[in-house]
Design a binder for this molecule. Sequence first.
Ligand SMILES: [Zn+2]
Length: 620
Amino acid sequence: MIEAEQEYPVWDRHSCLSHTDRQECRSHARWFFILLLVGFSALAHAQQVPEKWLTGYEKSGYKKTPRYKETMEYCRLLERGSPWIRVTKFGTSPEGRDMPLVIASKDKIFDAKGAAKSDKAILLIQNGIHAGEIDGKDACLMLLRDIAITKSKASLLDHVILLVIPIYNVDGHERFGPNNRINQNGPEEMGWRVNALNLNLNRDYLKADAPETQAWLKLFNAWLPDFFIDCHVTDGADFQYSVTYGIELHENVAPPVRSWIQQQYLPMLSALRLDGVPVAPYIFLRDALDPLKGQDGGGVAPPRFSTAYVPLQNRPGLLIETHMLKEYKTRVDGTYGLLEATLRRMNEEYVSLRNAVRLADKEVAKGIHEAYAVRYDQVDTPSDTISYLGFRQQNGPSEISGTTGIRYTREPFEAHVPRYDSVRATTLIRPPAAYLIPAQWKDVAERLKMHGLQLERLTAATTVDVEEYRFSNASWAQSPFEGRHAASYRVDTIQRRRTFPAGTIVCPMRQRAAKVALHALEPQAPDAFAAWGFFDAVFEQKEYAEDYVMESMAPAMLSADSALARQFREKLRTDSLFAKSPGARINFFYQHSPYWDDAVNLYPVARLMREQVLPTEPLR
Ligand SMILES: [Zn+2]
């Protein structure tokens, strides 16, 4: 049941992510007019900018992206040049670099507590999680300058506090070279996809193995931004769009946030044109050889991805994917245009956005009382038809691949193609009132705390009725995926009355981040800690019966227990592998003896299903 990424073939084919919404939005003439201007404004502003304030990217004629050191120098220059800018760090990378955060605030609110007390909406923009896909950094440096120095875009801070991570994967960024992105058209040199530990940070959000992720979670939970944007560059098909986007919009998004996206944000997005072309939902062709067969919506992404994680925290998450084959300048301008348009919309709708996010927090904190879906499948019938701006293909036999090779021409076409963007829940969980985690699973508790979950501990031994999970048929992926070997298993529920000692960790579900707990602690969820191997030791049998000891005990067991005798004979008859395995036969008796270890294959985290008052204190 638990994957390596193969279970998500749609995402696997592409560099970054994701899925998009399928909300069919009507064009609004007003948006069209405003946004037409937005897309072309970046260059115009660059031309009016004094030499001192040009970014490294602009000075290079839009061909190069600055290194980490130059990027930091420019951020410091902005800080010295404007009282609205503060440069700080939010973590340290595995190779020892500071992880920078630039805060832009007209009211000079540079701390999370002050921001929470203000009436501003908070936007977090993240760049360079895949450090070779660095368009967002160069767009953001210009945007910060245009806001805080030349002030041509100063109004973007009227109702918003802007947090920019100029480079997230700082170590990857400094693995710099011209050959890091085979599919990508510039800049001349760029950083590398993964961090110094060879981990893809955009698969790490829920398991939080990387120091960068742990620092990010601390940052996120301190500020709780109202909107999150993650900037990337695509791999995948060739088409006319310079900028595509993804935004989670199925039932995995809290209803108030979902309505805000649908009503207040998507109409603007669907009217936006960049580089003369509309922005499009992230494109997953169903058949790379024939775009007319339509597009997959991508379903519901698992929360290993940034923009699928933030909805579990009740926030909208926008994925920006510029098209790899477009010129670097076109891509940076496109990113700038979409960031600016989003900031404008946030300034107009900051009250409704803040209300939506806070309402979602409040509703989740009341407890999730309905069945909760941790897995969805895409439905294999089209949800609707959309316009597609592609390039014609002249595919033909390939001596290189031995199959049909894809060859794109430069001949553009527009077609209306089916889009498959309906999903259905496939794994539903009945949420507990609380999880009970034995104190020894400290690493699990630590990660839950990183996710902003408030934990408690029992102050006295407590006997309660709980639901527990028993694993069977466990196996592990042969190859590592993100440094771990994914576990698969069957899960059965058992009901028990159990005494938990003082010190047992309690994760109550009446809290705003409860959906993160469900995804981390329900073993059937796609990014469950159990699936990532946090609990692998519980699958191991640690005590064995000596054959000759069991030989002497087994006959007495058979004669004392006729049901056991029947079961043994039946197993011999129907299970030839068992019948042929002396070890399995001996172990059968050991398993049915009072000596057997009941904790083998038992998931140590118990589910308290009924709301009840427990003797607890907060876990610091
Ligand atoms: Zn990416």
